[in-house]
Design a protein around this ligand. Structure first.
Ligand SMILES: *[C@@H]1O[C@H](CO)[C@@H](O)[C@H](O)[C@H]1NC(C)=O
Ligand SMILES: *[C@@H]1O[C@H](CO)[C@@H](O)[C@H](O)[C@H]1NC(C)=O
Ligand SMILES: *[C@@H]1O[C@H](CO)[C@@H](O)[C@H](O)[C@H]1NC(C)=O
Ligand SMILES: *[C@@H]1O[C@H](CO)[C@@H](O)[C@H](O)[C@H]1NC(C)=O
Ligand SMILES: *[C@@H]1O[C@H](CO)[C@@H](O)[C@H](O)[C@H]1NC(C)=O
Ligand SMILES: *[C@@H]1O[C@H](CO)[C@@H](O)[C@H](O)[C@H]1NC(C)=O
Ligand SMILES: *[C@@H]1O[C@H](CO)[C@@H](O)[C@H](O)[C@H]1NC(C)=O
Ligand SMILES: *[C@@H]1O[C@H](CO)[C@@H](O)[C@H](O)[C@H]1NC(C)=O
Length: 416
């Protein structure tokens, strides 16, 4: 997520909420689409799809399968079609109608959405001229663990791939690759963003990793006063929907330092139900240049990703200075930028404060925006002299690869 193409999104004002362990409780979600509700979720699908561009045999990313909540009563169908196993029947139709005897190998397959039905999961794709191509459906459970062997299928009719259902499937894809990141979902507020920036946001919406709420000004406030709206809405939005929610900005990178697992591993190891959140202290990395306006290619990303480019860092802020939290929103009544204001009572809820040896926020803070360098840099120098630090080597390769893939997918198109 480090690229500017996500980053510039923030030009105006954006805060994001990254979510761990997004819940899909049973087959019922709070936001069951109701009549008249636009963009209801019954057909929502999701996915990490931007991993599309490698010339692997089949690629396409994973879509989260949100159960079709209340299949229309009249849409109960028989498993067999015309007396034949439905998947066999699809195959026969393909061979017959396309007059082919075997499927071809696909390249650059882009998935659109995935829909779960009574007898199958249907994935739609956008790739042109890929009809009658071989595809492998791959299934992931809620921990992103693969379920069983991939199921061989094909694109037929055009732009559609049918996959057999499997127990416990939360995500499905046509990809040979999957990046098991910890963060599964972003709640995003947009006050103002350019069309160029919206392209990448919309692509994350398409793949289900991002949900957006738009903010409309009717009170003549300055931008910073949107921050609390954003935090309040996110607290409620994520409550019961996600197990753990990060309240942080897009220019911040939370890392585990000497703890060897991922952030999600750390959270999963918390057994004490009274722990309502964990809190990280902050280190600023001075970002001294604005990002390029438009995408040019991989080399530009190598040069400009903040995690590659900026290293000049302050000391570490003290506890409660400008900390950032990951909380279980069901346990928090009132949230603030850096800490919980009030927990729900009676259960002994408390915040677990991490030492910098366990985890830390690296805040790639632009020095010119909001005149930060003039107003605040001096104050942070109290925490120690400036020093050179680096984003952890072990994550850099994967992060860069993901950023390049998504940026190329969204912005590297001759025809768009
Ligand atoms: C349905 O099954 C019949 C009998 O096997 C067959 O003749 C016919 O072609 C099938 N039609 C379709 C559309 O599959
Ligand atoms: C189907 O393909 C075969 C071999 O490619 C060809 O000989 C035949 O004419 C085709 N049939 C039709 C109806 O296009
Ligand atoms: C796949 O897409 C990439 C990037 O758009 C392109 O360079 C490559 O030629 C495509 N491969 C095929 C087989 O179409
Ligand atoms: C909204 O963003 C656009 C594009 O970044 C910018 O041109 C415009 O001035 C912004 N509008 C306001 C009200 O700030
Ligand atoms: C949870 O942690 C708190 C604070 O350390 C402690 O008082 C409490 O006994 C713990 N509860 C359990 C079940 O371990
Ligand atoms: C780090 O930032 C400070 C403050 O802007 C500057 O004086 C110093 O030269 C920078 N150090 C490096 C190595 O860029
Ligand atoms: C991590 O542990 C090593 C050795 O145990 C220590 O030298 C180092 O300072 C620690 N790093 C942090 C960030 O605490
Ligand atoms: C920062 O503090 C130093 C020493 O107190 C002072 O000389 C300098 O003018 C301050 N810089 C800014 C931008 O306030």
């Amino acid at each position: 997520m480090t690229s500017k193409y996500i980053y510039i999104v923030l030009t105006y004002f954006l805060l994001i909420f990254l979510v761990f362990d997004k819940y899909y409780p049973g087959s019922i979600r709070r936001d069951v689409p109701t009549e008249g509700e636009e963009g209801g979720r019954s057909t929502e699908i999701v996915d990490g799809t931007a991993q599309l561009l490698d010339s692997a045999v089949v690629n396409g990313g994973f879509s989260t399968v949100v159960p079709v909540l209340d299949p229309l009563a009249e849409f109960k169908s028989e498993y067999n079609i015309n007396g034949t196993d439905r998947f066999e029947w699809y195959r026969e139709q393909m061979f017959l109608k396309l007059n082919i005897s075997e499927t071809k190998t696909a390249h650059n397959i882009s998935t659109l959405y995935a829909y779960e039905f009574e007898h199958e999961i249907a994935i739609t794709t956008t790739s042109w001229r890929r009809i009658g191509h071989k595809m492998f459906c791959r299934y992931l459970d809620e921990n992103n663990k693969e379920i069983g062997k991939p199921y061989e299928s094909f694109t037929y009719p055009e732009y559609i791939v049918y996959c057999q259902k499997r127990e416990g499937v939360k995500k499905i894809g046509l990809s040979v690759k999957w990046d098991p990141r910890g963060v599964q979902h972003f709640y995003l507020h947009i006050h103002n963003a350019s069309n160029y920036d919206l392209k990448v946001i919309n692509d994350y919406v398409r793949t289900g990793e991002v949900e957006v709420h738009y903010l409309l000004e009717r009170d003549q406030r300055t931008d910073n006063h949107w921050h609390m709206v954003n935090i309040a809405d996110c607290l409620i939005w994520s409550r019961g929907d996600s197990k753990w929610t990060i309240f942080a900005d897009l220019d911040e990178r939370i890392i585990m330092t000497n703890y060897t697992g991922t952030i999600l591993d750390y959270l999963r190891e918390i057994r004490n139900e009274s722990v309502a959140g964990i809190q990280f202290r902050q280190q600023w990395v001075l970002k001294t240049e604005l990002m390029p306006e438009t995408y040019q290619g991989d080399l530009q990303i190598d040069a400009w990703m903040p995690t590659h480019r900026f290293h000049n860092s302050t000391g570490i802020g003290p506890e409660l200075h400008t900390t950032k939290c990951i909380i279980d929103s069901t346990k928090v009544f009132d949230m603030w930028v850096h800490d919980v204001t009030e927990f729900f009572p009676g259960k002994g809820y408390f915040m677990k404060r991490l030492s910098p040896e366990e985890g830390l926020v690296r805040h790639y803070r632009d020095q010119s925006l909001g005149e930060w360098g003039k107003k605040w840099l001096n104050k942070t120098l109290r925490f120690g002299p400036l020093r050179k630090t680096d984003y952890p080597e072990k994550y850099r390769g994967k992060l860069t690869e993901n950023v390049k893939r998504r940026a190329k997918y969204v912005y590297g198109n001759k025809y768009d």
